[in-house]
Design a protein around this ligand. Sequence first.
Ligand code: SAM
Ligand code: MD0
Ligand code: SF4
Length: 352
Amino acid sequence: MFTNMDNNELDKYAQNIIDGMQLSDDDLRKMLLINDSMELEKLHYVARKVRDHYFGNKVFLYSFVYFSTHCKNRCAFCYYNTMNKINRYRLELEDIRNICKQLKGEQIHMVDLTMGEDPYFYEEPSRFAKVIDIVKEELNLPIMVSPGVLDDKTLEMLRGHGANFLALYQETYDEELYKNLRVGQSFSDRIHAREFAQKIGYCVEDGLLTGVGNDVESTIISLKGMAKDNPQMVRVMTFIPQEGTPLEKKVQESNLSELKIISVLRLMFPNRLIPASLDVEGIEGMVYRLNAGANVVTSIIPSDSSLEGVANYDRKHEERKRDPKSVVEKLRTMGMEPAAQSDFNRILGVVA
Ligand code: SAM
Ligand code: MD0
Ligand code: SF4
């Protein structure tokens, strides 16, 4: 696809994407089948050209607060699967207030409030609204909620408390694969929740897992599935096998396909938010993901915090290094820097 293109032709290809060129299934297939490292680098180059056209060297940073690891679901890929005999926690409101105090003044653009589908909050959603109120009161930053599949009424209520962004990942649009991943969970309800959220003013994030049994054709189905609702943010994460879960024995794939899919996402969603999650390969991995065309850093957690990530590559590490300062330091070595809050608020449509 790109092998015989020189820099001028690669720049032209990037300009065609910026001018609105859409990728065909065959384009996607050719890109996903790229194996040659030189050609892969050219794909990443084109993705960076497109990303830089919209965002320059500016990056958005989200702080990650996993406030409850209780969950009633049995996702085959997830450590917090209800069948897994693990220690779980549910933060008290005071804990959340203290975390916000720790985050005050840090260079973050949004707080991602994540939980398992915890019955404590599902039975009484006003408890979740209280969490949002505290974060708004303490930090007055945009808020992403990553709560699982909430009903319309609850989504409306949380929007009323100031939630700006809904993160709800389909993992795959290949319904056969979906059944084996999100065991017992409705495929269409998950799609409906994002569509309803967009209708009532949320920005939404959709996402894919890779290395979880998705071949090229399955990945194409998922890429096109995500494009249908034109989410404000799209992601891909490499599946990390988790102890005590049905997919525990699955061998973790290299990050190659994640990086390739990030670049393809950039060419499909030129002006959208695409994250480099620290949860898979930390700050070193962030560099590759940004160089593949990502423009957001997520799963940022203060160093001395005992909060969980999700895939948590560093669960067994002595010291976790994914705090805001370390991220910004690394960005600067790449000639990149945090964007202005006003730039992020404009994307959200939030009046400053
Ligand atoms: N309970 C909420 C939900 O399921 O939407 C939020 C929890 S967390 C944000 C869920 C996401 O983390 C999943 O949708 C999946 O994309 C990602 N994830 C979970 N376990 C993972 C793993 N072992 N490896 C990579 N990504 C994982
Ligand atoms: C991340 N651990 O960005 C977080 C999580 C949920 N909205 C995000 C998967 O990797
Ligand atoms: Fe629960 Fe979410 Fe993990 Fe599934 S991915 S088990 S819903 S926390």
